[in-house]
Design a protein around this ligand. Sequence first.
Ligand SMILES: Cc1cc2nc3c(=O)[nH]c(=O)nc-3n(C[C@H](O)[C@H](O)[C@H](O)COP(=O)(O)O)c2cc1C
Length: 349
Amino acid sequence: MPSLFSPLQLGPLSLPNRVVMAPMTRSRADENGVPTDIVPVYYAQRASAGLIIGEATCVSPMAKGYSRIPGLYSPEQVAGWRKVTDAVHAAGGRIFAQLFHTGRVAVPALLPGGAQPVAPSAIAIKGKNYTDLGPLDYVVPRALDAGEIAGIVAEFGAAARNAVAAGFDGVELHAASGYLVHQFLDSTINARDDIYGGSIANRLRFPLEALDAVIAAVGADRVGIKVSPCIKFNDVVEPDAEEVYPALARELSARRIGYLHGALQGRYDVHAAMRPAFSGLYFAGSGFDGPKGEAMLAAGGADAIVYGKYFVSNPDLPRRLREGLPLAEGDSKTHYSKGPAGYIDYPAA
Ligand SMILES: Cc1cc2nc3c(=O)[nH]c(=O)nc-3n(C[C@H](O)[C@H](O)[C@H](O)COP(=O)(O)O)c2cc1C
Protein backbone atom coordinates (compact mmCIF):
# COMPACT_ATOMS: atom_id res chain seq x y z
CA MET A 1 0.00 0.00 0.00
CA PRO A 2 1.43 3.41 -0.89
CA SER A 3 1.93 6.02 1.82
CA LEU A 4 2.24 9.80 1.52
CA PHE A 5 5.97 9.17 1.14
CA SER A 6 5.90 6.59 -1.63
CA PRO A 7 7.18 7.99 -4.94
CA LEU A 8 4.72 8.40 -7.79
CA GLN A 9 5.31 8.51 -11.55
CA LEU A 10 3.27 11.23 -13.28
CA GLY A 11 3.97 10.87 -17.00
CA PRO A 12 7.65 11.75 -17.39
CA LEU A 13 7.86 13.25 -13.89
CA SER A 14 9.05 11.31 -10.86
CA LEU A 15 7.31 12.73 -7.79
CA PRO A 16 9.32 11.94 -4.63
CA ASN A 17 6.17 11.90 -2.48
CA ARG A 18 2.38 12.07 -2.75
CA VAL A 19 1.91 15.32 -0.82
CA VAL A 20 0.63 17.72 -3.49
CA MET A 21 0.24 21.46 -2.97
CA ALA A 22 -3.22 22.66 -4.00
CA PRO A 23 -3.71 25.51 -6.43
CA MET A 24 -4.30 28.62 -4.31
CA THR A 25 -4.99 32.18 -5.37
CA ARG A 26 -2.78 34.46 -3.28
CA SER A 27 -3.20 37.76 -5.16
CA ARG A 28 0.48 38.73 -5.21
CA ALA A 29 0.67 39.64 -8.91
CA ASP A 30 0.95 43.26 -10.08
CA GLU A 31 -1.74 45.18 -11.98
CA ASN A 32 -0.53 43.60 -15.25
CA GLY A 33 -0.89 40.05 -13.94
CA VAL A 34 2.88 39.59 -13.53
CA PRO A 35 4.01 37.67 -10.42
CA THR A 36 5.85 40.04 -8.06
CA ASP A 37 9.30 39.24 -6.63
CA ILE A 38 7.91 37.50 -3.53
CA VAL A 39 6.13 34.85 -5.62
CA PRO A 40 9.29 32.85 -6.51
CA VAL A 41 10.25 32.91 -2.82
CA TYR A 42 6.83 31.59 -1.74
CA TYR A 43 6.78 28.69 -4.19
CA ALA A 44 10.45 27.75 -3.65
CA GLN A 45 9.77 27.53 0.10
CA ARG A 46 7.19 24.82 -0.73
CA ALA A 47 9.33 22.86 -3.25
CA SER A 48 9.44 19.73 -1.05
CA ALA A 49 5.88 18.98 -2.21
CA GLY A 50 5.69 15.99 -4.55
CA LEU A 51 4.07 18.45 -6.95
CA ILE A 52 3.08 22.10 -6.64
CA ILE A 53 -0.05 23.10 -8.53
CA GLY A 54 0.26 26.85 -9.06
CA GLU A 55 -2.52 29.33 -8.38
CA ALA A 56 -5.34 29.91 -10.87
CA THR A 57 -3.89 31.94 -13.76
CA CYS A 58 -5.83 33.87 -16.41
CA VAL A 59 -5.78 32.82 -20.06
CA SER A 60 -6.72 36.34 -21.25
CA PRO A 61 -7.59 39.82 -19.92
CA MET A 62 -11.31 38.86 -20.07
CA ALA A 63 -10.62 35.92 -17.75
CA LYS A 64 -9.76 38.15 -14.77
CA GLY A 65 -12.25 37.77 -11.94
CA TYR A 66 -10.24 39.04 -8.97
CA SER A 67 -7.80 41.82 -8.14
CA ARG A 68 -4.06 41.04 -8.43
CA ILE A 69 -4.33 37.56 -9.93
CA PRO A 70 -1.71 36.49 -12.49
CA GLY A 71 -1.98 35.73 -16.20
CA LEU A 72 -0.13 33.71 -18.83
CA TYR A 73 -1.00 35.66 -21.96
CA SER A 74 1.74 38.35 -22.18
CA PRO A 75 5.53 38.14 -22.56
CA GLU A 76 5.97 39.98 -19.24
CA GLN A 77 3.85 37.35 -17.47
CA VAL A 78 5.86 34.53 -19.04
CA ALA A 79 9.08 36.20 -17.88
CA GLY A 80 7.65 36.63 -14.38
CA TRP A 81 6.59 33.00 -14.16
CA ARG A 82 10.01 31.89 -15.48
CA LYS A 83 11.52 33.30 -12.26
CA VAL A 84 9.05 31.20 -10.28
CA THR A 85 9.66 27.92 -12.11
CA ASP A 86 13.44 28.46 -12.00
CA ALA A 87 13.29 29.02 -8.24
CA VAL A 88 11.16 25.90 -7.69
CA HIS A 89 13.40 23.75 -9.87
CA ALA A 90 16.55 25.09 -8.18
CA ALA A 91 15.01 24.04 -4.87
CA GLY A 92 14.38 20.53 -6.23
CA GLY A 93 10.64 20.85 -6.90
CA ARG A 94 8.13 20.42 -9.71
CA ILE A 95 5.33 22.87 -10.59
CA PHE A 96 2.25 22.85 -12.83
CA ALA A 97 0.38 25.98 -13.93
CA GLN A 98 -3.38 26.08 -13.29
CA LEU A 99 -5.21 27.83 -16.14
CA PHE A 100 -8.63 29.43 -15.81
CA HIS A 101 -11.17 31.87 -17.13
CA THR A 102 -13.55 33.22 -14.49
CA GLY A 103 -16.47 33.83 -16.87
CA ARG A 104 -19.43 35.34 -14.97
CA VAL A 105 -17.44 35.61 -11.72
CA ALA A 106 -15.65 38.65 -13.22
CA VAL A 107 -17.04 42.18 -12.82
CA PRO A 108 -16.69 45.02 -15.38
CA ALA A 109 -14.26 47.01 -13.17
CA LEU A 110 -11.69 44.21 -13.54
CA LEU A 111 -12.10 43.80 -17.31
CA PRO A 112 -10.63 45.75 -20.26
CA GLY A 113 -12.65 48.91 -20.90
CA GLY A 114 -15.17 47.94 -18.25
CA ALA A 115 -16.43 45.12 -20.47
CA GLN A 116 -19.42 42.96 -19.57
CA PRO A 117 -18.25 39.54 -18.35
CA VAL A 118 -18.97 36.53 -20.57
CA ALA A 119 -20.57 33.21 -19.67
CA PRO A 120 -22.48 30.31 -21.25
CA SER A 121 -25.77 32.15 -20.61
CA ALA A 122 -27.00 35.54 -19.36
CA ILE A 123 -27.51 34.37 -15.77
CA ALA A 124 -25.91 36.41 -12.97
CA ILE A 125 -24.34 35.21 -9.74
CA LYS A 126 -26.00 36.47 -6.57
CA GLY A 127 -23.91 38.56 -4.20
CA LYS A 128 -20.75 40.58 -4.55
CA ASN A 129 -17.18 40.29 -5.76
CA TYR A 130 -14.71 41.66 -3.17
CA THR A 131 -12.24 43.68 -5.27
CA ASP A 132 -9.56 46.23 -4.38
CA LEU A 133 -12.16 48.85 -5.37
CA GLY A 134 -14.52 47.51 -2.69
CA PRO A 135 -17.38 45.01 -2.90
CA LEU A 136 -18.98 45.17 -6.37
CA ASP A 137 -22.28 43.62 -7.41
CA TYR A 138 -22.11 40.77 -9.89
CA VAL A 139 -23.68 41.71 -13.23
CA VAL A 140 -25.67 39.77 -15.76
CA PRO A 141 -23.03 38.31 -18.10
CA ARG A 142 -23.23 38.29 -21.86
CA ALA A 143 -23.87 34.85 -23.36
CA LEU A 144 -20.97 33.83 -25.59
CA ASP A 145 -21.77 33.13 -29.21
CA ALA A 146 -20.48 29.88 -30.64
CA GLY A 147 -17.75 31.60 -32.66
CA GLU A 148 -16.35 33.33 -29.58
CA ILE A 149 -16.11 30.00 -27.78
CA ALA A 150 -13.56 28.84 -30.36
CA GLY A 151 -11.54 31.95 -29.53
CA ILE A 152 -11.50 31.13 -25.82
CA VAL A 153 -10.47 27.55 -26.58
CA ALA A 154 -7.56 29.02 -28.56
CA GLU A 155 -6.66 31.21 -25.55
CA PHE A 156 -6.39 28.12 -23.37
CA GLY A 157 -4.04 26.58 -25.95
CA ALA A 158 -1.91 29.73 -26.19
CA ALA A 159 -1.68 30.08 -22.40
CA ALA A 160 -0.64 26.42 -22.14
CA ARG A 161 2.12 27.02 -24.69
CA ASN A 162 3.16 30.03 -22.62
CA ALA A 163 3.23 27.83 -19.51
CA VAL A 164 5.71 25.53 -21.26
CA ALA A 165 7.76 28.55 -22.36
CA ALA A 166 7.75 29.77 -18.75
CA GLY A 167 9.23 26.47 -17.59
CA PHE A 168 6.21 24.81 -15.98
CA ASP A 169 6.33 21.00 -15.83
CA GLY A 170 2.69 20.70 -16.89
CA VAL A 171 -0.73 22.32 -16.82
CA GLU A 172 -3.88 21.75 -14.79
CA LEU A 173 -7.16 22.86 -16.38
CA HIS A 174 -9.32 24.52 -13.72
CA ALA A 175 -12.76 22.98 -14.23
CA ALA A 176 -13.82 23.57 -10.60
CA SER A 177 -15.21 26.24 -8.27
CA GLY A 178 -17.85 27.63 -10.64
CA TYR A 179 -15.50 29.34 -13.10
CA LEU A 180 -16.06 29.32 -16.86
CA VAL A 181 -15.29 25.65 -17.59
CA HIS A 182 -17.46 24.56 -14.65
CA GLN A 183 -20.19 27.02 -15.73
CA PHE A 184 -20.63 25.04 -18.94
CA LEU A 185 -21.10 21.77 -17.02
CA ASP A 186 -23.90 23.00 -14.73
CA SER A 187 -27.39 23.01 -16.30
CA THR A 188 -28.51 25.75 -13.88
CA ILE A 189 -25.80 28.08 -15.27
CA ASN A 190 -25.64 26.84 -18.87
CA ALA A 191 -29.06 27.29 -20.49
CA ARG A 192 -27.78 27.22 -24.07
CA ASP A 193 -29.76 25.55 -26.84
CA ASP A 194 -26.85 25.14 -29.26
CA ILE A 195 -24.14 22.42 -29.38
CA TYR A 196 -22.64 23.76 -26.11
CA GLY A 197 -25.73 23.27 -23.96
CA GLY A 198 -28.58 20.92 -23.18
CA SER A 199 -27.43 17.30 -23.22
CA ILE A 200 -24.50 16.15 -21.10
CA ALA A 201 -22.47 15.54 -24.27
CA ASN A 202 -23.11 19.14 -25.31
CA ARG A 203 -22.26 20.57 -21.86
CA LEU A 204 -18.99 18.62 -21.94
CA ARG A 205 -18.07 20.08 -25.34
CA PHE A 206 -16.39 23.35 -24.26
CA PRO A 207 -14.56 21.77 -21.29
CA LEU A 208 -13.17 19.05 -23.57
CA GLU A 209 -12.28 21.50 -26.35
CA ALA A 210 -10.33 23.58 -23.82
CA LEU A 211 -8.70 20.44 -22.48
CA ASP A 212 -7.75 19.27 -25.97
CA ALA A 213 -6.16 22.65 -26.69
CA VAL A 214 -4.08 22.29 -23.52
CA ILE A 215 -3.15 18.69 -24.41
CA ALA A 216 -2.04 19.77 -27.89
CA ALA A 217 0.26 22.36 -26.31
CA VAL A 218 1.69 20.35 -23.43
CA GLY A 219 1.21 16.62 -24.11
CA ALA A 220 -1.49 14.55 -22.41
CA ASP A 221 0.78 12.99 -19.78
CA ARG A 222 1.67 16.47 -18.45
CA VAL A 223 -1.97 17.56 -18.15
CA GLY A 224 -4.32 17.38 -15.18
CA ILE A 225 -7.86 18.64 -14.58
CA LYS A 226 -9.47 19.79 -11.34
CA VAL A 227 -13.16 19.28 -10.63
CA SER A 228 -15.29 20.10 -7.58
CA PRO A 229 -18.73 18.59 -8.19
CA CYS A 230 -21.59 20.49 -6.51
CA ILE A 231 -19.25 22.82 -4.60
CA LYS A 232 -21.19 25.37 -2.54
CA PHE A 233 -19.53 28.34 -4.24
CA ASN A 234 -20.36 30.73 -7.07
CA ASP A 235 -23.96 29.45 -7.25
CA VAL A 236 -22.99 25.98 -8.49
CA VAL A 237 -25.90 23.50 -8.27
CA GLU A 238 -25.36 20.64 -10.79
CA PRO A 239 -28.60 18.69 -10.44
CA ASP A 240 -27.25 15.80 -12.56
CA ALA A 241 -23.66 15.67 -11.25
CA GLU A 242 -23.76 11.91 -10.70
CA GLU A 243 -24.18 11.49 -14.47
CA VAL A 244 -21.99 14.40 -15.66
CA TYR A 245 -18.80 13.48 -13.82
CA PRO A 246 -18.58 9.79 -14.77
CA ALA A 247 -19.19 10.87 -18.40
CA LEU A 248 -16.40 13.44 -18.08
CA ALA A 249 -14.10 10.84 -16.49
CA ARG A 250 -14.63 8.46 -19.42
CA GLU A 251 -13.59 11.22 -21.84
CA LEU A 252 -10.51 11.95 -19.70
CA SER A 253 -9.55 8.27 -19.74
CA ALA A 254 -9.77 8.18 -23.53
CA ARG A 255 -7.34 11.12 -23.66
CA ARG A 256 -4.91 9.47 -21.23
CA ILE A 257 -4.24 12.65 -19.28
CA GLY A 258 -1.86 12.62 -16.33
CA TYR A 259 -4.33 13.01 -13.49
CA LEU A 260 -7.85 13.83 -12.37
CA HIS A 261 -7.95 16.07 -9.28
CA GLY A 262 -11.14 15.94 -7.27
CA ALA A 263 -11.79 18.47 -4.50
CA LEU A 264 -13.99 16.36 -2.23
CA GLN A 265 -16.45 18.83 -0.84
CA GLY A 266 -19.50 17.00 0.36
CA ARG A 267 -20.66 14.93 -2.60
CA TYR A 268 -18.71 11.75 -1.89
CA ASP A 269 -21.28 9.84 -3.94
CA VAL A 270 -20.27 11.79 -7.04
CA HIS A 271 -16.59 11.07 -6.44
CA ALA A 272 -17.36 7.42 -5.85
CA ALA A 273 -19.17 7.28 -9.20
CA MET A 274 -16.52 9.29 -11.04
CA ARG A 275 -13.35 7.61 -9.86
CA PRO A 276 -13.80 4.12 -11.38
CA ALA A 277 -14.60 5.75 -14.74
CA PHE A 278 -11.09 7.27 -14.87
CA SER A 279 -8.13 5.02 -15.60
CA GLY A 280 -5.30 7.45 -14.76
CA LEU A 281 -3.97 8.89 -11.49
CA TYR A 282 -6.51 10.31 -9.06
CA PHE A 283 -5.57 13.18 -6.75
CA ALA A 284 -7.97 13.78 -3.84
CA GLY A 285 -8.11 17.07 -1.96
CA SER A 286 -10.07 19.15 0.55
CA GLY A 287 -10.13 18.73 4.29
CA PHE A 288 -7.15 16.37 4.60
CA ASP A 289 -4.59 16.26 7.39
CA GLY A 290 -1.80 13.67 7.69
CA PRO A 291 -3.80 10.74 9.14
CA LYS A 292 -6.78 11.31 6.82
CA GLY A 293 -4.43 11.44 3.84
CA GLU A 294 -2.68 8.21 4.84
CA ALA A 295 -6.03 6.49 5.38
CA MET A 296 -7.24 7.57 1.93
CA LEU A 297 -4.11 6.22 0.24
CA ALA A 298 -4.21 2.99 2.27
CA ALA A 299 -7.83 2.43 1.24
CA GLY A 300 -6.89 2.85 -2.41
CA GLY A 301 -9.12 5.93 -2.61
CA ALA A 302 -6.49 8.09 -4.30
CA ASP A 303 -2.95 8.06 -5.71
CA ALA A 304 -1.94 11.37 -4.10
CA ILE A 305 -3.38 13.80 -1.53
CA VAL A 306 -3.76 17.51 -2.24
CA TYR A 307 -3.29 19.94 0.65
CA GLY A 308 -4.42 23.55 0.50
CA LYS A 309 -4.56 25.69 3.63
CA TYR A 310 -1.92 23.64 5.46
CA PHE A 311 0.56 24.44 2.70
CA VAL A 312 -0.09 28.15 3.25
CA SER A 313 1.04 28.01 6.88
CA ASN A 314 3.48 25.04 6.71
CA PRO A 315 6.00 25.54 3.90
CA ASP A 316 7.71 22.29 4.96
CA LEU A 317 4.45 20.33 5.13
CA PRO A 318 5.86 17.00 3.80
CA ARG A 319 8.50 16.89 6.54
CA ARG A 320 5.97 17.78 9.24
CA LEU A 321 3.64 15.01 8.05
CA ARG A 322 6.46 12.46 7.87
CA GLU A 323 7.79 13.28 11.32
CA GLY A 324 4.39 13.83 12.91
CA LEU A 325 5.26 17.42 13.82
CA PRO A 326 2.44 19.81 14.72
CA LEU A 327 0.85 21.74 11.87
CA ALA A 328 0.64 25.52 12.13
CA GLU A 329 -2.75 27.12 11.55
CA GLY A 330 -2.66 30.05 9.14
CA ASP A 331 -4.35 33.44 9.13
CA SER A 332 -7.02 33.64 6.44
CA LYS A 333 -6.96 37.46 6.59
CA THR A 334 -3.68 37.41 4.63
CA HIS A 335 -4.80 34.87 2.03
CA TYR A 336 -5.45 37.58 -0.57
CA SER A 337 -3.65 40.59 0.95
CA LYS A 338 -0.69 42.46 -0.53
CA GLY A 339 2.96 41.92 0.27
CA PRO A 340 5.05 39.40 2.21
CA ALA A 341 3.07 39.20 5.48
CA GLY A 342 1.22 35.90 5.72
CA TYR A 343 2.87 34.85 2.47
CA ILE A 344 6.59 34.17 2.80
CA ASP A 345 6.96 34.56 6.58
CA TYR A 346 5.57 31.21 7.81
CA PRO A 347 8.64 29.44 9.21
CA ALA A 348 9.70 25.83 8.71
CA ALA A 349 9.42 23.65 11.80
C1 LIG B 1 -6.46 30.90 -0.18
C2 LIG B 1 -7.06 29.86 -1.07
C3 LIG B 1 -7.05 30.07 -2.44
C4 LIG B 1 -7.56 29.10 -3.32
N1 LIG B 1 -7.45 29.31 -4.67
C5 LIG B 1 -7.74 28.28 -5.52
C6 LIG B 1 -7.37 28.35 -6.90
O1 LIG B 1 -6.77 29.33 -7.37
N2 LIG B 1 -7.69 27.29 -7.68
C7 LIG B 1 -8.33 26.18 -7.20
O2 LIG B 1 -8.59 25.24 -7.95
N3 LIG B 1 -8.67 26.09 -5.90
C8 LIG B 1 -8.35 27.10 -5.05
N4 LIG B 1 -8.59 26.94 -3.71
C9 LIG B 1 -9.13 25.67 -3.20
C10 LIG B 1 -7.99 24.72 -2.83
O3 LIG B 1 -7.26 24.33 -3.98
C11 LIG B 1 -8.51 23.46 -2.11
O4 LIG B 1 -9.37 22.75 -2.98
C12 LIG B 1 -9.24 23.82 -0.84
O5 LIG B 1 -8.49 24.75 -0.06
C13 LIG B 1 -9.54 22.60 0.02
O6 LIG B 1 -8.35 21.99 0.46
P1 LIG B 1 -7.83 22.15 2.00
O7 LIG B 1 -8.94 21.71 2.89
O8 LIG B 1 -6.63 21.27 2.09
O9 LIG B 1 -7.48 23.60 2.19
C14 LIG B 1 -8.13 27.92 -2.80
C15 LIG B 1 -8.15 27.72 -1.41
C16 LIG B 1 -7.62 28.67 -0.56
C17 LIG B 1 -7.61 28.39 0.92
